[in-house]
Every structure is written in structure tokens, then in C-alpha cells.
Design a protein around this ligand. Sequence first.
Ligand code: UTP
Length: 304
Amino acid sequence: MAIDLAVVPVAGQGTRLLPSTKSQPKEMLPVGRKPVVQYVVEELANSGIGRLMFITGPGKASIENHFDTNWELITFLRETGREELLEELDFERQSLEYFYTRQRRQLGLGHAVLCARPLVGDQPFVVALGDSIIGVNAQSNIVARMVERFEADGADVVVAFEEVPREEVVRYGIARPADGEPGDVFELTDLVEKPSIDEAPSQLAVAARYVLSPRIFDALESTEPGKGGEIQLTDAIRRVLADGGRGVGIRLKSSERRFDIGNFGSYFRAFTEFALADPRYGEELRAFVRQRVEPAGDGDAGCS
Ligand code: UTP
């Protein structure tokens, strides 16, 4: 049976985005017109996911509210003659089943995934990080391609990767492909967390989407907390691979850049790119930005 269950961890504290995330989830921050997590859900729905489990935590209720049908708002829009705005709420009607469970203590991404065990049970599943969009406006079917490989190759772990400049490997989990130059799909033998530039086995960085066999749960149970006391998903994947599990890596296409909004630098870049691409507001914004950043005719920089 095709994999149709995705786990979306959204329980992290988002400390790198304080104060914005003090009382609202980072996954609800807007990128262009939509909150980040809406792009993630739309991408998953377009890739054939039918059941979606959010791993939530304290202060994350607005995520549940966002995906619920808001009848009061619908009635209000109808009664006030603004029916044209109803299409902005179309995403509420996606044929997805939602499940929610809470991660009571923020013990890391691996621990968040482990919280899904009672629902997932003994079936393979997708993990999609709730703070990362793949492709401008989430135009990506990476999860569908990963599920296909998982099933065709009898894999235990399929991980999406994005090629990053060599000097940036120090910030990511990096793939160790089997011998040779890795193609678009390659055999994954190990992951190396934040290697030095000299020791990096490739420039392929883990990119927020995984397909995992239920073997991952036993590996997570026996994974010791690592850096910052957190249980890392990467460590458990390494354990599955070291125990003989089959790993496959898939590269994102060039049109499928990963937008991680975990820090202000990458959040600003994501917002700017999506806003500039907006069909209604993009053109006006481009003119505004040009005016602000290009030197004015009198030699005075427009953006002081
Ligand atoms: P991050 O690794 O960015 O961690 O999470 P974080 O805790 O949210 O952010 P900082 O480091 O404090 O700024 C990647 C994804 O995993 C989820 C997050 O919600 C995010 O979608 N996550 C992380 C959990 O669900 N639980 C955790 O304990 C940690």
C-alpha cells in the first residue's frame, strides 16, 4: 500500500526567532501571504499524503485552529458581502485527515518523531519539518518521488538533500554517498553532522524531508541525547544505516530550493523571494526594492 501518512513536527521553541516566537509558533509566521506550515501541508497533499500528524507543543494551538474550518468567519464573510475572500480559505477543504499529539518536553526533533509512534505503529511514514518550505510556493513533488524510491528500492530510509556551497557544509547534516559522484538518486551509507570543510564527504545537505521505515522508532528509543541534550533524528538514521538498513538519497531539483525559516537571515530571504514572486504585489514590490537599493541619480544611495 502506498505511504499516505506524514508526521509534521512543529513543537520546537524557535528560540532563534525570538521575540517573534515568544507567544506564536514560528511555523505560523507568514512567508508571502501564507504561514509557513500551510505551504508544507499543501506540498504534502499534492504528493499524495492523506493523513497528517502534527507533533505540537505549548503555544502551538494556532496551528490546529488554522487547519480547522472556521464557520464563524465563513458566515461573517458571506453576510458582509465579501464572498470573493472565501477562496482564501479553500485550503481548509483539502481532503486530509489531521491528527495531533503533543511533545511534552522539547527534547529534539528525534524525540518529536518518537511521539508519533503510537499512531504510526508498524508502517513506513513521511517526516516533513514544519519550518521548511521546498520550492517557491511549495511547487515540489519531492515527497512523491521519495515514496516511490522507498517502495521500489525496499529502502529503510530515504532522505532529501540539497547541494550547498562547500563553505556551508559546517552548518548541516551531510550525506556520505556510496562510491562515485552521486547522481540525482544515490545510495546513502551514512550522515555526518556538521563536518569540517576538509572532512565533509559531499556537499549534499539534509533538506527537511524523510521517508522512514518503522525501524527508526527502535533506533530513536536507544539514541542517547546529543548536543544540547536533544535526541537527534540524524543519530537514529545513522544507527539504522549502520545496522544494515538500506539508505537512499534524493537530490532536490534546482527549482526546489529549500527555504528554512529557522533564523532571521533565512526567514528574511524566504519572505522577500516569495513576496517578489507574488502575482498581485510582486511587480510593485520589485519597483520599490529597486528604488531603495539602487543608487539614486544624484549619487545619494537610495537605501541609507
Ligand atoms: P529546529 O531544529 O529549528 O529547532 O526544529 P527549534 O527548537 O524549533 O528552533 P531553535 O533552535 O530553538 O531556534 C526543526 C523542526 O523540528 C521541530 C520544530 O518545530 C521545527 O519544525 N522540533 C524541534 C520539534 O517538533 N521538537 C523539538 O524538540 C525540536
